[in-house]
Design a protein around this ligand. Structure first.
Ligand code: AMP
Length: 281
């Protein structure tokens, strides 16, 4: 596995692959890799002849009071895991190499960068869309792999790739969970022991709502109340940021569950804000 820090060097390697006709795949991450990331790397390894993994804690997707400096990092362990997953090139640029001082171009997908996580993180998705575009331009892959855990991000990237005619297939990978149901996340290290015991109930709350739908309930206000009550009882140390029933692709609100519906939620804990989602029905 080759480790590359220089964007231009990455571009040259990937250009060479492309000119030789290799099918390449990219897996963008912020590092501190866990089994969720690993599943994306495995999918890329299975579906592509050449695999690039990127590790970049992208400053432009963090708000002023967010955890950019505190974001967990362990590049040695990440390097070992990427190697184990069969990655060909691991790209680990410095922020200064990705953004020049006079950087002034931004990619925005306003329709999908509103509501849900954008309500508390208003500049987040502009940073995501911009860095993903840059990573796609540097790697020129045939396929790009993203996790369903960050559903809004995935929907937005799919739309961006479609709107801008990027010749890339976006492959979405299922959420990988701990054995008790908690969605794996680099930010789970922020949880206290007491919080860690409660947070599997976020996933159970989603399943509880799904069960109510299976039992015939369709009214979103009743379903939302059921979720809120469930979290209030079982995740006493948490506070709901949002619990939204939306169309899975357009992310527009749904009032009655008689069409494809995603329940997307975010819960504030002391130091972590956890997100999760479930396609209902
Ligand atoms: P991050 O490093 O958190 O920016 O995540 C990098 C990629 O891994 C994104 O496409 C995420 O959606 C994906 N990812 C993170 N956690 C999980 C998980 N538990 N299951 C599946 N994919 C995940």
């Amino acid at each position: 596995m080759k480790i590359v820090k220089n964007p231009k060097e990455l571009q040259e390697i990937c250009w060479d692959w492309r000119s030789k006709g290799f099918i390449s795949g990219v897996v963008p991450t912020m590092g501190y890799l866990h089994e969720g990331h690993f599943s994306l790397l495995q999918a890329a390894r299975k579906n592509c002849e050449k695999v690039v993994a990127t590790i970049f804690v992208n400053p432009t997707q963090f708000g002023p009071n967010e955890d950019l400096d505190a974001y967990p990092r362990d590049i040695e362990r990440d390097t070992r895991l990427a190697k184990e997953a069969g990655v060909d090139v691991l790209f680990t640029p410095e922020a200064g190499a990705m953004y020049s001082e006079d950087h002034s171009t931004w990619v925005e997908v306003p329709d999908l960068a509103k509501g849900l996580c954008a309500s508390t993180r208003p500049t987040h998705f502009r940073g995501v869309a911009t860095v993903v575009t840059k990573l796609l331009m540097l790697t020129m892959p045939r396929k790009a792999f993203f996790g369903q855990k960050d559903w809004q991000q995935l929907a937005l990237i799919k739309r961006m790739v479609q709107d801008l005619d990027m010749p890339i297939e976006v492959i979405s990978c299922p959420i990988i969970r701990e054995s008790d149901g908690l969605a794996k996340s680099s930010r789970n290290v922020y949880l206290s022991d007491e919080e860690r015991k409660q947070v599997p109930h976020i996933h159970m709350g989603l399943q509880h709502v799904n069960q109510l739908i299976a039992d015939g309930e369709r009214d979103v206000e009743k379903l939302r109340k059921a979720f809120t009550d469930y979290i209030g009882t079982n995740v006493a140390l948490g506070k709901i940021d949002y619990a939204e029933f939306v169309h899975p692709e357009r992310l527009t609100p749904i009032n009655y569950v008689d069409e494809p519906t995603l329940l997307a939620v975010a819960v504030f804990m002391q130091k972590a804000r956890l997100i999760d989602n479930l396609l209902l029905g």
